[in-house]
Design a binder for this molecule. Structure first.
Ligand SMILES: Nc1nc2c(ncn2[C@@H]2O[C@H](COP(=O)(O)OP(=O)(O)OP(=O)(O)O)[C@@H](O)[C@H]2O)c(=O)[nH]1
Length: 352
């Protein structure tokens, strides 16, 4: 908490940003480039399959804790968060900074309020980082004007995916105009200097405003206005491998409301060595093949998030993509491979 922190206190940084903006990618970057500093992470997944937690757990081991199934901003109270903060702040954990990765539909001010309300004496609120998808920024803002409010609360804004944005400079300028003295940092694949995380100190003034506004002014039915109230999610799992052509047909015809898909796919005989991490964000689609982790059961696990989607129908359609046949046809993977990036510029999702 800025000036009042003592050297022993561990800053707790809230990492937020709309669905698919690149929070997990940024967190993984920080974990791999944190130098001598040890980062603890609390990951909040929206779906019941903890895809994000799996994505960072490999890098963190026991310094990751997962809060799955529902937005942290509503699903747990501050004392529940304290249980996790206690664990990560224990002196023998040797952690220097804790990052809470919010789900892409969380209300950041609620998370900040929870951190401010923490009774764990070894932690102090360390600021709000908002990740923005530069390529989707205009469309996302048009659908969710309330995101401007999130930017106004941020201490650091990472304008990510600049490689995909045709007019990155304009987006950067727009974001700057929407922030209140926050540092605005351009990025691709979340590659920012980890020092920003440590420097992301909120001013006393902003903290005062946050705690006062949120506790006293917003009223009790604010939950109705939370981003996630307009969204549904489906967690899909299958032990039978997915047939690549069928899955591609499903993906090609996915409804616009189905904004986010993430997880990993088992293509069975089509590639026995690798599982395929999949990410869809809007119309953007990528597959990343990576060897199956030893000892891990082979299955497909997907989380789908969208607004106005028929989760039952989508579940049925996905079930229809499974196929137990032991043989693969020669060109079956072509459709999928079109969405596998070159490894140079696009890193894998890292860790799971
Ligand atoms: N082209 C491009 N893709 C990116 C960049 N950063 C992240 N991605 C990709 O965007 C997709 C979503 O990234 P994540 O880091 O999972 O996003 P997230 O914000 O954690 O997603 P949610 O937790 O679902 O809200 C993945 O396919 C990433 O590889 C970037 O700078 N450029």
């Amino acid at each position: 908490m800025g000036n009042s922190s003592t050297p022993q206190q561990i800053p707790v940084v809230v990492l937020a940003g709309f669905l698919g903006s690149g929070k997990t990618t940024l967190l993984n970057h920080l974990l791999h480039h944190s130098g001598g500093s040890r980062i603890g992470a609390i990951v909040n997944d929206f779906g019941s399959i903890e895809i994000d937690a799996m994505a960072v757990a490999g890098a963190l081991g026991d310094s990751t804790v997962s809060l799955g199934n529902g937005c942290l901003c509503c699903a747990v109270d501050a004392s529940e968060l304290d249980v996790y903060l206690d664990r990560l702040a224990a002196p023998d954990a040797g952690i220097d900074v804790i990052v809470i990765e919010a789900s892409g539909l969380a209300e950041p001010q609620e998370l900040v309020r929870m951190v401010l309300a923490s009774e764990q004496p070894r932690v102090v609120y360390g600021g709000l980082v908002e990740v923005v998808d530069a390529a989707e920024f205009d469309a996302t803002r048009a659908r969710h004007p309330e995101l401007d409010r999130h930017l106004a609360l941020a201490d650091l804004v990472v304008v990510n995916k600049l490689d995909r944005a045709a007019d990155g400079e304009r987006v950067l300028g727009l974001v700057r105009s929407l922030t209140d003295r926050a540092a605005v940092v351009p990025a691709t694949y979340g590659r920012i200097d980890p020092e920003f995380l440590f420097d992301c100190r909120p001013s006393e003034e902003r903290i005062g405003q946050l705690s006062f506004d949120d506790l006293h002014e917003r009223g009790t039915d604010e939950h109705a206005g939370h981003l996630h109230t307009g969204y549904d999610n489906l967690s899909f799992a299958s032990d039978a491998p997915m047939e690549p052509r069928r899955l591609m047909r499903f993906l090609d015809s996915r409804p616009d409301g189905l904004y986010r898909i993430k997880g990993h796919v088992d293509f069975g005989p089509y590639d026995v060595r690798n599982r395929y991490t999949v990410h869809a964000v809007g119309r953007f689609l990528r597959f990343h093949p990576e060897p199956w982790p030893a000892g891990d059961g082979r299955r497909t696990q997907l989380v789908l998030i969208g607004s106005g989607i028929d989760t039952e129908a989508l579940d049925k359609e996905l079930q229809g993509c499974a196929n137990d046949a032991p043989h693969a046809d020669e060109h079956g993977m072509w459709g999928i491979l079109r969405y596998v990036p070159g490894t140079e510029e696009e890193p894998g999702t890292g860790g799971y």
